[in-house]
Each structure stands twice: as C-alpha cells, then as structure tokens.
Design a protein around this ligand. Structure first.
Ligand code: ATP
Length: 454
C-alpha cells in the first residue's frame, strides 16, 4: 500500500510529530524542515541501518565524520566551483525563478508568461564567513555533498588503517544545496543528509563493482520496506552525466509526486583522487582533470609487486536520508477498513525503523499499582537498548492503539488487573491487531524477536 497523495503524508507527519516546516512560527523557511520527536527516531534508525550494513556487516569499509565547512580549494579542485550549477531562468512578468531543465515548456509555471530570461548557470553552493573579519577572503563553503572530504582524507584513512584496495570509506552527514526550486515536501530541500560510500577499486574492476553496488543497494532498500516493484534502475544518459562520472545508475522510486531519484550509484573513475592528488603527471590518470599545484599528498596506492603507483577508481552509492524517509513512509502508509466499516491508518514500518518499538499502556491511568508495574515493564524493555519504548498513560486503550498504528509501533503491551494478580500482559500486534496473553517475564524476548534480535 501507499499514500494516495503527498498531502496524506504531510498531514500525518505534522499531526504525529514526524516533520515540521522549519521556522513555521515566523511564516516558514522554504526548503527546510525540522524533524520532530518521531521523525528524529525514524531518521536515526534509517542512518543506523545504513551504517550497520555498510560498516559493521562488512570487513572492507571504514567510517568517517568530516567537517561540514569546507576549504574552498577542496571544491575548486573537485570541480564544484565551476560545474555545480543548475540552469536558472527568471520570469520577466511575475519575477519568479525556475530551473530551466525542470520546465515542461518554456513558459512560467506560475503565471503562464512566455517571457523568460535565457538560462544562466547558478551555483548551488552556500558560502559562509570564517572568523570575525568579513572581507571576502576568509570564506568557507557548506559542503554540497559529503564525498569530497572522504577523498581528501583518503591518505589519512589508508595510513591509519593499513587498508588496501578494494576498500571503502562511509560517511553520513549534512549537505547543503541552494536549490532553485525546493519542492515536494522533504524530497528536494536545501539542507539534507546523505549516506555516502566511496568504494575504491582497481581500474579494470570498476564496472564489475559498479554492478555489484547497484544490486546491493536495491536489496538494502527492499530490506527497509521499499518494494522492489516500485524501484527502477535508470541509466543516466551520457549527456546528463556529472563531470566526474563514467556511468551513473540512478535508483528511482515512485514517490507520490512521480518517479524520481532516490539514490545515485556512480562510477567516478579516478577523477576525484586524481584531481586532489599531488604529482598528477607521474600517476597515469585516466580522467580529464585540472592541474593541482596546491595538494600536499599523493592520493594513490602502490602495487606490492611492480611497486608502481596508481590512482584508484571510485564507485559511489549516494543516498539521501530525507528521500529515503519519504519513500519508506509512503510504502508503509495505508488506510484499512476494519470489519468492513471502521477505518484505521497504519504505518507498517519494518520494526527496526519504527520510531517507538513498544508502547506500554496501563489500563487505568489513575491506578497506582497498575501504573507502577507499567513503568517497571517499560524500564525493563528500555534497558534492552533496542530503541525507544514509551509509557502511554492516556487511560484510553482504543485511542492508544490507533495512535500507535498510525506511527508504526510494532506492539502495544497492556498492563491490567490480571498483571497485578498473575503477572500476565496483553500484547497487541500492529499488523494483525491480534491480542495475545503472555507473562511479564516474556516481554523482553517478545520485543527482541520482533526486532530480529532474539
Ligand atoms: P537531483 O537530480 O534529484 O537533483 P542529484 O543527482 O543532484 O539529485 P546527487 O548529487 O546524486 O543528487 O546526490 C545523491 C543523493 O542525495 C540523491 O540521490 C538524493 O537522494 C540526495 N539529494 C540530492 N539533492 C537533494 C536535495 N536537494 N534534497 C534532498 N535530497 C537530495
């Protein structure tokens, strides 16, 4: 199932505390969103799942968390200063601005006028001033992708971990793009998070690794609850490839507003390390790069037998956290008929992504003994370290079930008079709505099993 339209998702996200418009109190700020009590949990869970699959479950990837503020030289040599642009047009009539490549016809989507300026390149990078003097000479960029500091730290990571090719460096963090037309809720925003892996391989094995990573990533999205039938592989036509790419396959998803990119998997060749390395002339670099006389490090690896130095190729799976959340929320959302008449909204999230893993509900909010036992059960489950467990003391079981269906809590545990008498609890399953009796002591095992940790 999926939402009928974006509005349904936007409404649920606001109502239940997943996502709010940033600066709403003062009229909002376009292209920026805040993640509420449940949004932050879902986001953290998604990033954790990515990190586990990329770093912990492999033996050939290291992690990194580099700075957001970036020295201009990095983004000069990466090519971003020259090429990280979108074609911008202005409507001469209503003064609105648009991305020329996203207009269906060359007329203004707002007022219909055909009086548009010629497209001109607009650089998407944000700048900020470093230090107290704002004289234009001491600025830094807010990184437009997390990748570049992975390349500039290549030697640091290799030297400190003794890694050899093939291996990867993974990073999750904020990226900033001054998008001309942010839109479609959290799909295109100006501040977002990326989950990026730069996987360094020998030249010649790059195409095989590229295919490998596309397949890996498709499987991973499926494990996050995104049905394979809604994911499409799109081979980016050569005229649309980024300046660094030999081949890019975009993993597209049927978002509520249409089929669009969820993740890009690019074969970046030896462009990046080749652009940032010193001694470029001695390294047989394949990519077309600009001369670099600023770099102080050789970003290359030496063959153990031939002793020859070469610049690794890079395969990059790069996914957006917000786009991932949107796809996952959309996939999980459904409105079901119960007994042919009543309706319930349910978010069938994979339990590892659910913002709340279990809700513990005392039958009577004012019964001290029931509430005390409920607290004990909650604390016991919380101590397992599997994620957030909530004490839901509203005194209205039906309402609590509906709320937790809507936010994707896999189980609700009710504490009642029987719990006091014979230590039994009622466990209610989100998906089947079945209610089963269990003993208090079984609760940890039940939760662990649901989360695949049993
Ligand atoms: P698009 O063509 O949609 O602008 P892109 O090709 O510029 O995307 P990449 O540079 O490949 O995107 O970035 C990798 C990933 O980062 C994208 O697949 C997407 O998930 C995410 N991403 C990029 N730009 C944004 C944005 N403005 N808002 C939210 N996520 C983004």
């Amino acid at each position: 199932m999926a939402a009928k339209n974006m509005e349904e998702l936007v409404s649920l996200c606001k109502r239940r505390g997943f996502i709010f418009q940033s600066g709403e109190l003062y009229g909002g700020l376009q292209g920026l969103y805040d993640f509420g009590p449940l949004g932050v949990e879902l986001k953290n869970n998604l990033k954790k799942a990515w990190w586990s699959s990329m770093v912990y479950e492999r033996d050939d990837v290291e992690g990194l968390d580099a700075s957001i503020l970036t020295k201009p030289a990095v983004l000069q040599h990466s090519g971003h200063e020259d090429t990280f642009t979108d074609p911008l047009v202005d409507c001469k009539s209503c003064k609105s601005r648009w991305r020329a490549d996203r207009l269906d016809s060359m007329s203004c989507p707002k007022c219909g006028s055909k009086e548009l300026t010629k497209p001109r390149p607009f650089n998407l990078m944000f700048k900020t001033n470093l230090g107290p003097v704002d004289d234009g000479s001491s600025f830094a960029y807010l990184r437009p992708e997390t990748a570049q500091q992975i390349f500039t730290n290549f030697k640091n990571v290799v030297d400190s971990t003794s890694r050899s090719i093939p291996f990867g460096i993974a990073q999750v963090g904020k990226a900033f793009r001054n998008e001309v037309t942010p839109r479609n809720f959290i799909f295109r925003v100006r501040e977002f998070e990326q989950m990026e892996l730069e996987f360094f391989v020998h030249k010649g094995s790059d195409e095989k690794w590229h295919e490998y990573w596309v397949e890996k990533r498709l499987c991973w999205w499926e494990q996050q609850g995104v049905s394979r039938s809604k994911l499409k592989e799109f081979v980016v036509p050569s005229e649309d490839l980024s300046h660094y790419s030999k081949k890019t396959i975009d993993i597209m998803y049927e978002f509520p507003h249409g089929l669009e990119e969820l993740e890009g998997v690019a074969n970046r060749t030896d462009f990046d390390l080749g652009s940032h390395t010193k001694n470029q002339d001695s390294l047989n670099i394949d990519a077309t790069i600009k001369e670099n006389t600023d770099s102080v490090s050789r970003l290359a690896t030496q063959d153990a037998e031939t002793k020859e130095w070469s610049v690794p190729y890079v395969i990059e799976p790069s996914a957006g956290v917000e786009r991932g959340m949107l796809a996952i929320l959309n996939e999980a959302y459904s409105v079901e008929k119960i007994d042919g008449k009543k309706e319930r909204t349910v978010l069938s999230l994979k339990p590892h992504l659910s913002p709340i893993k279990a809700a513990v509900i005392p039958l009577k909010r004012n019964n001290k003994d029931i509430v005390r036992v409920a607290k004990e059960v909650k604390e016991g489950l919380q101590r397992l370290g599997l994620g957030r467990v909530l004490l839901e003391n509203t005194g209205n079981i039906g309402k609590s079930y509906r709320k937790h269906d809507e936010v994707g809590t896999p189980i609700c545990i009710t504490i009642d008079f029987e719990t006091l008498e014979n230590k039994t609890i009622t466990v209610r399953d989100r998906d089947t709505m079945a209610q089963t009796k269990a003993s208090v002591s079984e609760a940890p095992e039940i939760l662990k099993n649901i989360l695949g940790q049993g």
